[in-house]
Design a binder for this molecule. Structure first.
Ligand code: ADP
Ligand code: MG
Length: 364
């Protein structure tokens, strides 16, 4: 009984100031006992679906603090209504969606973020390192300075110097590369990418908030990708960057062949600029705007069954005339797949995801 009180005391102190339910506090205590953090501090962010808290792990011997971040998903109802569209069709979550069970859903959501983060982190894309997961609580590396100040969101980034235009353009090119790498190497579409879910520090972008990210075989992945591309373009245009057409970016990201590392990806993007898909003059800018509008309203088939006239389209792609087909890369990829005798839809994604799917990092 006494040690129970002590434990409770410790949990209270460690999570002081926080309005957290008992279950969450117990999980945080477990995180402390397992040595992931020593103290949980104030909220860095309070959102509709989750709160993010700052935390530190103090080194026993040196007393040196390591900052960490803890994302606590809210178990409240309603907020999660919108999430079905991401989960439905995710082969990694087959049978895992139970609208009637909130706690289970939130746990699933945290799990999804943890797995996606691990894939992204493993690929070497700058993002928080996922460290521990238990139910709806996720411990990750802290993106911020040594004093515990989190890096700003890209939206709030205050670039400095006399070459700010150039810096924004570089960040734009950097981000397109990260999106391609995420798609090709991690097999993920972020699906909520914007200046709000990217942190900025020292000319580097960091991808965060990936709980809703889906694999390419998700029935709506290309739609989500198209939306991400639009958000990114809108933001950088507001910053005065000469952006590429959405369609050109879509093709750049989904093209199976080509580099997935820098500086080769940035070079490929410069080639796209050279091939006149950017909007240097007013006429061309208007033309791109029209094409973007068409592109955004175009029907995106996700599977070959949905393609209207597959033979005609395949012939077009074969003749190098498939650029105007939104799914020309999809088609090319599928042709390669078929040649290799792979017929399972999710086979490819499974291969890259198997490493994290077997793991149960959620502890007991
Ligand atoms: P939400 O689902 O609420 O949008 P996010 O994952 O986007 O959650 O995180 C919300 C905010 O918390 C971010 O905008 C960022 O400022 C901060 N944040 C999240 N993760 C970290 C981290 N690992 N390090 C530092 N700050 C973080
Ligand atoms: Mg967010």
């Amino acid at each position: 009984k006494q040690s129970e009180d002590k434990t409770k005391d410790k949990a209270d102190r460690a999570t002081s100031e926080q309005v957290l339910d008992q279950r969450t506090r117990m999980i945080l205590l477990q995180m402390i006992n397992r040595g992931f953090v020593s103290e949980v501090h104030g909220a860095i962010s309070t959102g509709k679906e989750a709160n993010v808290y700052g935390a530190v792990l103090v080194d026993d011997e040196t007393g040196a603090p390591t900052h960490r971040a803890i994302k606590v998903y809210k178990t409240a109802i309603l907020v999660f209504k919108d999430r079905e569209r991401y989960i439905t069709g995710e082969h990694r979550f087959k049978g895992g969606f139970d609208k009637g069970n909130n706690r289970k859903m939130v746990k699933l959501w945290a799990e999804k973020e943890y797995r996606n983060l691990r894939r992204i982190h493993t690929a070497g894309i700058p993002c928080p390192e996922p460290l521990a997961l238990k139910l709806h609580v996720l411990v990750m590396g802290f993106l911020g300075d040594r004093k515990g100040w989190a890096y700003p969101r890209l939206r709030d980034a205050a670039l400095q110097g006399d070459d700010i235009d150039d810096q924004w353009r570089k960040l734009y090119v950097q981000l397109l590369g990260l999106m391609r790498k995420m798609y090709q190497v991690c097999r993920l579409v972020h699906a909520d990418l914007s200046e709000y879910n990217i942190l900025y520090h020292n000319e580097q972008l960091y991808i965060i908030d990936v709980s809703q990210s889906v694999e390419p075989d998700h029935p709506r992945s290309l739609e989500f990708l198209r939306m991400d591309i639009k958000n990114v373009g809108d933001f950088f245009r507001r910053k005065g960057v000469d952006t590429l057409a959405d369609r050109a970016i879509f093709n750049f990201i989904t093209a199976a062949s080509g580099a997935t590392e820098e500086p080769a990806m940035a070079e490929a993007i410069e080639k796209l600029y050279e091939s006149n898909v950017a909007a240097e003059d007013e006429d061309h800018a208007a033309q791109i705007e029209v094409d973007n509008e068409v592109f955004r309203n175009q029907y995106i088939p996700q599977t070959l069954e949905q393609v209207y006239d597959i033979e005609k389209d395949a012939a077009k792609v074969h003749m190098g005339q498939g650029q105007d087909l939104i799914y020309s890369n999809l088609l090319a990829e599928q042709v390669v797949k078929d040649k290799n005798g792979a017929t399972e839809g999710g086979a490819e994604a499974d291969a890259s995801g198997s490493q994290d799917d077997s793991d149960d990092s959620s502890g007991d």
